[in-house]
Design a protein around this ligand. Structure first.
Ligand code: THU
Length: 142
C-alpha cells in the first residue's frame, strides 16, 4: 500500500473511510449498460462536504462521463471551487480503478494543492493512496 498521505486534515481516518465508503456506494448508481464497469467516486470539498458521483455512459461511447468527473462537476456546480481529496472505487475483484488521464487533469483543475490525496479502493476494506502530483506529474496549466 502506498501511503503518501501528507495533507493534514484530509488524512483523518474517519474522513478517508467516509470518502471510500461513499465512493463504493456511489458505484451502485452507475449507468454503465455498455461496459458493465461500475465506478463510484467521492470528493471532499473545501467546506468539508462529501459529494459522490458515478460513471454515466452513452450509446455514443465518447460522451461517457467518468465517476470522478461526475463527482467533481456536481461539487463545482453546487458552488465548490476546491477539492481536498478524492476516492475512487471500481468493481470489487478487478484491478483498482485508477483515474484516467482526462480525470487526472480535471482533478488538477480543482485540487486545493498538488498534494491532495487520491484514494483508490482495492477491496471492501482496503485502498491505495497517492498524491495528485504522483499521478499527474507536470499536468497542463495555463
Ligand atoms: N471509468 C470511470 O468512471 N473512471 C475511471 O477512472 C476509469 C473509467 C468508466 C468510464 C466507463 O463508463 C467505464 O468506466 C469503462 O471505461
Amino acid at each position: 500500500m502506498n501511503q503518501n498521505d501528507n495533507n493534514p486534515g484530509t488524512n483523518d481516518v474517519a474522513v478517508k473511510d467516509r470518502l471510500l465508503s461513499t465512493a463504493r456506494a456511489a458505484g451502485e448508481k452507475a449507468y454503465a449498460p455498455y461496459s458493465h464497469y461500475h465506478v463510484g467516486a467521492a470528493v471532499l470539498t473545501e467546506d468539508g462536504e462529501i459529494v459522490s458521483g458515478c460513471n454515466v455512459e452513452n450509446a455514443s461511447y465518447g460522451l461517457t462521463n467518468c465517476a470522478e468527473r461526475t463527482a467533481i462537476f456536481k461539487a463545482v456546480s453546487s458552488g465548490a471551487r476546491k477539492i481536498r481529496a478524492i476516492a475512487i472505487a471500481g468493481p470489487e475483484g478487478g484491478s483498482p480503478a485508477y483515474p484516467c488521464g482526462a480525470c487526472r487533469q480535471v482533478i488538477a483543475e480543482f485540487a486545493d494543492t498538488a498534494d491532495i490525496p487520491i484514494y483508490v479502493s482495492t477491496g471492501s476494506d482496503s485502498f491505495e493512496a497517492y498524491t495528485l502530483a504522483e499521478l499527474l506529474p507536470k499536468g497542463f496549466v495555463l
